[in-house]
Design a protein around this ligand. Structure first.
Ligand SMILES: [Mg+2]
Length: 250
């Protein structure tokens, strides 16, 4: 079967998907790659303990800034390049290794949902993720959902996730040939940081409780729609329709 072609033109709505905890669960491969890549890039620190990292909703550039500070390394372009070159390779290898052990999965209903949305001429699909673009491509390809997304905003565009919405919107404008108003955009994500990032540029938000945050935590941040997961196809597709008619939050 031919993969769907990313759509150009005619799109009325822009859907910005987070990756980790929303579409996939790498079950630890991401974190493993981060620490292995760090010690590979900076072997002089290999005797020191790796600090705990709060990955949910973070950006990769935000995480590396935190690591540089923790290990007393200067935040130089050379250091960033050295880390991320090593990270992308480690990530691909970790995902392969984990999958041989049966670890790492697409979250429930994701492929059905993406198939249905890709078949809707009204919507454009993009990613809005804290992963670097290279890291995002490795993850999406590993789980065979890369063909759904042709544009996005990434963790190497800015270390602050709240800055990524306007970048994704601009790239979608170039791709689709039209401007998207905030009321025509929805961010789909699993953390409070996804909700904050949507609010930062006035977009709608669908929160899904398949990641780091509990349903109660997400509910307290008042997303436009809150789903347990994407497994109930009719209900989920209905949510993707109705989110655009929900009133703006107070
Ligand atoms: Mg996430």
């Amino acid at each position: 079967m031919m993969p769907p072609t990313p759509k150009v033109g005619g799109c009325a709505r822009l859907l910005l998907f987070d990756i980790d905890g929303t579409l996939i669960d790498t079950e630890g491969a991401g974190l493993r790659s981060f620490s292995e890549a760090f010690y590979l890039a900076f072997p002089e620190h290999s005797g020191q303990l790796f600090p705990p990292l709060e990955l949910g909703g973070a950006t990769d550039h935000g995480l590396i800034m935190h690591l540089f500070e923790h290990f007393g390394l200067e935040d130089l372009p050379l250091h960033r390049r050295r880390f991320f070159e090593s990270y992308t390779g480690k990530l691909a290898a970790s995902l392969e290794h984990f999958s041989k052990e049966g670890r790492g999965r697409l979250l429930p209903g994701v492929v059905d949902l993406l198939d249905a949305l890709a078949g809707d001429d009204d919507v454009a699909l993009a990613v809005l993720t804290g992963n670097t673009e290279a890291g995002a491509r490795v993850k999406l390809r590993h789980f065979q959902i890369d063909h759904y997304f042709s544009v996005g905003a990434y963790g190497d565009d800015h270390h602050d996730r709240n800055e990524l919405g306007p970048i994704a919107r601009e790239r979608a404008r170039q791709q689709c040939g039209r401007e998207f108003r905030s009321s025509e955009i929805v961010v789909i994500g699993d953390t409070l940081r996804d909700i904050a990032c949507a609010r930062a540029f006035g977009a709608k938000v669908i929160a899904v409780a398949t990641g780091a945050a509990t349903r109660a935590e997400l509910a307290a941040a008042s997303p436009d729609i809150l789903l347990d997961d994407f497994s109930d196809r009719e209900r989920v597709l209905d949510a993707f329709q109705s989110v655009f008619s929900s009133p703006a939050p107070a």
